[in-house]
Design a protein around this ligand. Structure first.
Ligand code: BG6
Length: 461
């Protein structure tokens, strides 16, 4: 492992900060998504409704507890923490001219605190929390006006934090909106309200590519040392058997994993997507000017999340007998991470950053306040072992490993607290009730010793 390898964890503002309406913050998409559960989808409301519980409003109150929480991250030996900037703290409705100084100050303090503790901030500009007002006025990224607003927001934070932040991520899991059977994703990723029109969906995705590319271009003007990455979720796709028809089917299914990365890393649309547009009668033209922007705004590295793999089958038989599932039905597939690293590196030859990986599980806090989360240790150890093989055996260039939710936080898909990822237990239930106290789980001590051994090994080399 290189001695500048970054070890740490990843958070998103709306899942941890709380303080949803403090110090000038506006309402974001995330603030109108109510709590759900494994079996009950979260509802998306047009506005905040009385008597409904919205988990982002208080979350784990990181806005007020970040200093103590960072102490715990430091105790584990973190050298990096991924956080996101809540757009609505800086521009409450998205289209103001002057940013909210109190919002900017919060992130000054947060990034300072991280540096004081020897932790590098890795900053996502938009993590599923567009200002609600932009979704209402413009139907989110389907309107080019929102590109301008996103670029303005990004330039504002680049200028402000140019000496505190090196690693930036433009848009979280940009490819998720291609999972068309889950409409919530188009809303949370791109702010599109109720669109069933595939043309609008591709337009909004295209506008996000343009927004992200412009931000890469502008960012490098502000500080040429910035490293600006895209962010995609990545699931290896397996054929259910070795029938070449099945293999071909699995190969085609990879396209929704690669499409966004192809555009953002290579700077142009891949041929297969035009074939898909033809088949699905998508009307879509890219202007010469946009082509130029995409070419100039390619990213410096690829950030990606890895949780699971997917098995594809022409007969819809998608279970995989070789791997187990988590409490929430996600396949647990550590070798899939090595496959992902190899697939991405061999395709793009860009440094890779694992900015999310982890196990959402139900934890039991014992009477003595201990939490014996051996399943989480096992999950992460196996994933990290496979990452190490990708580095040492396969020659993949990996910047770092950030575990998702190093402290328990609100689940994005269900809004629950009981889907816990943390090394640190937060005493809150799904309705936000509890002491909000922090407790070290067994995995806390395991991660601490893993990081310290890794640092020792790389310093000895
Ligand atoms: C990723 C998101 O999709 O997965 C995170 O970037 C999210 O915001 C994480 O929390 C885990 O998903 P969930 O639904 O278990 O919270």
């Amino acid at each position: 492992m290189k001695n500048d390898f970054l070890w740490g964890g990843a958070l998103a503002a709306h899942q941890c900060e709380g303080a949803w309406n403090l110090n000038g913050k506006g309402i974001s998409i995330a603030d109108v998504i109510a709590v759900g559960s494994k079996d009950k989808d979260r509802t998306i409301d047009k506005d905040i409704l009385p008597n409904k519980y919205y988990p982002s409003h208080n979350a784990i109150d990181f806005y007020h507890t970040y200093k103590e929480d960072i102490k715990l991250f430091k105790e584990m030996g973190f050298t990096a923490l991924r956080v996101s900037i809540a757009w609505t703290r800086i521009f409450p409705n998205g289209d103001e001219i002057v940013p909210n100084e109190l919002g900017l100050r919060f992130y000054d303090d947060l990034f300072n605190e991280l540096h004081l503790n020897g932790i590098e901030p890795i900053v996502t500009i938009m993590h599923n929390d567009m200002p609600l007002s932009l979704t209402k006025k413009y139907n989110g990224f389907s309107n080019r006006k929102v590109v301008d607003e996103f670029v303005k927001f990004s330039k504002t934070v680049f200028q402000r934090y140019k000496d505190q932040v090196t690693y930036w991520i433009t848009i979280n899991e940009i490819n998720n909106m291609l999972i068309f059977d889950y409409p919530q994703l188009q809303y949370v990723s791109a702010g599109i309200n109720d669109s069933k029109d595939i043309n609008v969906i591709y337009e909004a995705l295209h506008n996000q590519f343009i927004a992200s590319a412009l931000v890469v271009i502008e960012g490098h003007k502000i500080n040429p040392n910035f490293k600006i990455g895209c962010m995609s979720s990545f699931e290896p796709r397996y054929a259910s058997n070795c029938d070449p028809n099945e293999v071909m089917n699995a190969l085609k299914s990879y396209e929704d994993q690669y499409f966004c990365l192809d555009v953002m890393c290579r700077g142009s649309y891949p041929n297969y997507i035009f074939k898909k547009f033809e088949k699905e009668a998508v009307k879509f033209n890219i202007s010469l000017e946009d082509k130029e922007i995409l070419k100039k705004g390619t990213v410096d590295y690829i950030a990606f999340s890895y949780y699971k793999s997917k098995t594809c089958s022409l007969s819809n038989q998608t279970s995989n007998p070789f791997i187990n599932r988590s409490d929430w039905g996600w396949y647990i597939d550590p070798i899939g991470l090595r496959i992902a690293l190899n697939s991405l590196y061999n395709r793009y030859q860009l440094p890779l950053f694992i900015v999310e990986c982890g196990l959402g599980a139900v934890d039991q806090k014992e009477a003595d306040n201990k939490i014996h989360d051996l399943y989480r240790i096992d999950y992460l150890q196996q994933h990290i072992d496979n990452m190490q093989l990708a580095i040492t055996e396969d020659g993949v260039d990996v910047i770092g490993f950030l575990s998702w939710g190093p402290i328990d936080l609100v689940s994005a898909s269900t809004g629950e607290m009981k889907k816990r990822y943390g090394f640190i237990y937060v005493d809150l239930d799904d309705m936000g009730l509890g002491s909000n106290q922090r407790y070290r789980k067994d995995s806390f001590y395991w991660y601490q010793s893993l990081i310290s051994e890794s640092k020792r090994d790389s310093n000895g080399k």
